[in-house]
Write a protein that binds this ligand. Structure first.
Ligand SMILES: Cc1ncc(COP(=O)(O)O)c(C=O)c1O
Length: 416
């Protein structure tokens, strides 16, 4: 979204050598999450997929709004237990080690998303040593959804061959095993499906409907009580239109319709990107402007080693230009001649591009650039150490809870 006043003020106050910097508006995050929550009907739980952004202030800011958090590794589990103590956690992930399986018994692990038959045996072996312990499981299923439903999405984790979850017949096999006395410490609560990222509300509802229908039928055939269905995350964020939003009111109304015929059922969703993308900005400055074979290139402080998302998803990261009047040097100020520019980073690779051939009227060296939608899958999925540039600063802005530059030490401080 457009930079908030708190973010603009902070960027203006930062000296150039404090850039690049990530800025999070935690109050904007809280407002957005509250609006999402308000759009959801009763019997729908909201979990936040911590992998989208697991920085402590972000997790803490969501604590009052979400019902729990989805984690996908032992590392995330430990981090969340320390950061949001007592919060319910749903623990998934396609490949868990024996040590990670042992975490199933930790307090806070509310649901275990069972991804394979081997996990079932491993969990049962672990539990055999603690006869009074029980673990609530959801079967993560990779359903073949009706043709076309996932054709346009950015990232598909299901509906096709993938390493995620169980094929329907393997899920059936697990249901049969779970009915055996030797697996009685594993309580089958229902089904989980996260099939894709980048779904708009009608697409997501179409997929969720198929998941619920399949789960209800599975429970009827195997005569177990279906308590809940987790229909995953994957709500779209439109990087080409930063003002656009996933239609949460329509989604909430659609979920209510899905639930209506099933009075005993609860649904759960676990969005990541669509909760936190909007509250983060990556701010930097233009180091140089080069005219190359007819095109303008703005070379920025920082780059895809801090914000890898546009390179991996193949989009242009939306940005706002913040002109800086002062030019303190005696030599001419480099500027973009064409009114457009490719915004590149400092890495020695042509892939280090944050936005390609974008409108950039009046762009000059020393101007600032504020990349939007940088609150999810941004810093935490980037290859920070390539070329050993300094790490960005981190600013968590909030009228309620002023976090300032918490513990991300500069791994590679600038020379000198
Ligand atoms: C199991 C699971 N749940 C939720 C999410 C969150 O997806 P998104 O950030 O697209 O909402 C992911 C993302 O990969 C996931 O793998």
């Amino acid at each position: 979204m457009n930079p908030t006043p708190a973010v603009l003020d902070r960027v203006a106050a930062l000296p150039a050598d404090a850039l690049p910097a990530y800025l999070y508006d935690l109050d904007a995050l809280r407002r957005h999450a509250a609006a999402v929550r308000a759009a959801l009907p009763e019997r729908v739980e909201l979990y936040y997929a911590a992998k989208a952004n697991s920085e402590a202030p972000v997790l803490a800011a969501l604590r009052d709004t979400v019902d729990g958090y989805e984690v996908s590794s032992g590392g995330e589990l430990a981090h969340l237990r320390a950061t949001v103590p007592g919060a319910p956690l749903a623990f998934g992930g396609p490949g868990r080690t024996a040590a990670e399986t042992a975490l199933a018994l930790r307090p806070g692990v509310h649901r275990w998303h069972l991804e394979s038959e081997q996990e079932l045996y491993r969990l049962a072996e672990l539990l055999a040593a603690t006869p009074e312990a029980e673990v609530d499981v959801l079967l993560r299923v990779n359903l073949p959804v009706a043709s076309g439903a996932l054709d346009s999405v950015a990232l598909a984790m299901g509906g096709r061959p993938t390493p995620f979850g169980l094929d329907p017949e393997r899920a059936e096999a697990c249901v049969r095993l779970l009915a055996e006395p030797r697996f009685r410490q594993l309580r089958l609560r229902g089904v989980h499906a996260h099939l894709a990222s980048g779904l708009d509300a009608p697409e997501h509802l179409a997929v969720a409907g198929q998941v619920v229908t399949w789960a209800v039928d599975l429970a009827r055939r195997h005569r177990f009580e279906l308590a809940e269905v987790n229909v995953g995350g994957g709500m779209a964020v439109d990087y080409a239109d930063p003002a656009a939003r996933f239609d949460w009111p329509a989604f909430g109304a659609g979920l209510a319709q899905l639930l209506a015929p099933h009075p005993g059922l609860r649904l759960r969703i676990e969005p990541g990107r669509a909760l936190t993308a909007y509250c983060g900005w990556y701010a930097t400055e233009v180091l140089d402007v080069k005219h190359s074979h007819g095109e303008d290139f703005a070379v920025l402080r920082g780059g895809t080693h801090h914000l890898r998302t546009p390179a991996t998803r193949g989009h242009d990261q939306p940005f706002a230009l913040l002109p800086v009047a002062a030019w303190p040097h005696p030599w001419p100020r480099p500027f973009a001649r064409t009114g457009r520019a490719t915004l590149a980073g400092q890495l020695c690779t042509p892939k280090d591009v944050l936005a390609r051939d974008a409108p950039a009227p009046g762009l000059r060296a020393a101007d600032r650039v504020l990349f939007q939608l940088a609150g999810a899958y941004a810093w935490n999925i980037s290859h920070h150490d390539f070329l050993m540039h300094p790490r960005p600063g981190f600013h968590y802005l909030s009228g309620l809870n002023p976090w300032v530059d918490p513990p991300v030490p500069p791994a590679h401080p600038p020379a000198g």
